[in-house]
Design a protein around this ligand. Structure first.
Ligand code: ZN
Length: 357
């Protein structure tokens, strides 16, 4: 995703499935009968990639999110074909970031009649951002050598702040996406909605809902009522939330609405499925507290540049990052730094010229 990439600059086994290709670094997991999760073994390894959920029904296959790397989407398609003769009829993009949409094209090529479904604001954001993302991606990936980045990471080992991890994550992006650049094409959503869309597949239905602004303006969730599975996109991410350009004030309210589903399984946009609401409650509290503390700091006269010193979130760091070095890096890079800025903007405070992108 563009914001993650910018941040990086700055700063197995198959369970219950038929045999088939398993993409290195990813794992299949069965969530319910006909419902499968394809996810990274390490959700913080570069390239940071979204989860993909496959829902097989008698009248069609629905896939929620399509990965950052089209080659990984291709492996998911192979697996679907090994599992069923029913075609993929619907791809759902939970939001516009490229780790959830880059694989759309692979589905359109494999299943020309597939409908690509998203919120209207996701389509709007993709139309506004794709070319800029493409320029940035090509300049970032086409001219650098992932091996060289890895060597630099080794040389920087032990430095503070932890730039060795920055280079290692960046190297992962380049190694995965550089080979894809010549054929990387965005397939835009062709079916959009505003509040809710229920898809009937005969033996099951899938309810798509927009619950309010959150990680982006157009995040939607997929609810499988028969299996009580809720797929949240990046409204909820584990183990460390992402807060790039997020409408923070609205986000905590939207997160509370996730609890109303009383789901048995909550599938976050990244990371492991959750079987209770502990992580959801913790992220909700974090978003709300971050926003409150930025509001208080502003009320005391803090300027935007003062935020890192004026707002302390260390009381949450242990719960999200523990003693793990990669998690601590991710906590700082993916949540604290972008989150303070997002909260400031979301509260309507003016951003200095040099802090605007
Ligand atoms: Zn994501």
């Amino acid at each position: 995703m563009r914001r993650l990439l910018a941040a990086v600059f700055l700063a197995g086994p198959v369970c219950g499935l038929a045999a088939g290709e398993v993409y290195p670094g990813y794992t299949w997991e069965t969530l319910a009968d006909g419902v499968y999760l394809h996810s990274q073994d390490d959700p913080l390894a570069g390239p940071v990639d979204g989860n993909s959920v496959v829902v097989i029904s008698e009248n069609g296959v629905l896939v929620v999110d399509t990965h950052i790397n089209p080659a990984v989407a291709g492996a998911v398609i192979e697996k679907i074909r090994a599992l069923t003769d029913v075609p993929v009829t619907h791809v759902v993009n939970t939001h516009w970031h490229d780790d959830h949409t880059n694989g759309n094209h692979a589905y359109r090529q494999a299943f020309p009649g597939v409908k690509i479904v998203a919120h209207k604001d996701t389509l709007k954001a993709l139309r506004a951002e794709w070319e800029a993302m493409e320029d940035q991606r090509r300049s970032a990936y086409a001219t650098v050598d992932p091996e060289e980045l890895r060597r630099m990471a080794d040389e920087l080992e032990g430095s503070a702040p932890d730039t060795a991890i920055t280079y290692r994550v960046y190297s992962g992006y380049v190694a995965a996406l550089r080979p894809e650049l010549p054929t990387l094409v965005l397939e835009y959503p062709d079916t959009v909605f505003e509040e809710a869309l229920t898809l009937d597949f005969g033996n099951r239905s899938v309810e798509l809902r927009w619950l309010g602004r959150g990680n982006t303006d157009g995040d939607i969730v997929a609810w499988l009522p028969d299996d009580r599975v809720l797929v949240t996109g990046d409204l909820l991410v584990a183990p460390v939330p992402f807060a790039f350009d997020s409408p923070m004030v609205a986000w905590s309210t939207t997160l509370r609405r996730l609890g109303e589903f009383d789901a048995e399984t909550i599938v976050p946009g990244h990371g492991a499925p959750q079987y209770d609401e502990t992580h959801l409650a913790l992220v909700t509290k974090l978003i709300e507290t971050t926003t409150d503390r930025v509001r208080v700091a502003h009320g005391r006269g803090a300027a935007f540049e003062d935020l890192p010193a004026a707002v302390n979130l260390d009381d949450f760091r242990g719960e999200f990052a523990g003693e793990n070095r990669e998690r601590q890096w991710a906590w700082q890079t993916y949540f604290v730094e972008p989150g303070l800025k997002s909260a400031w903007i979301s509260l309507g405070y003016p951003l200095p010229e040099d802090a605007r992108q």
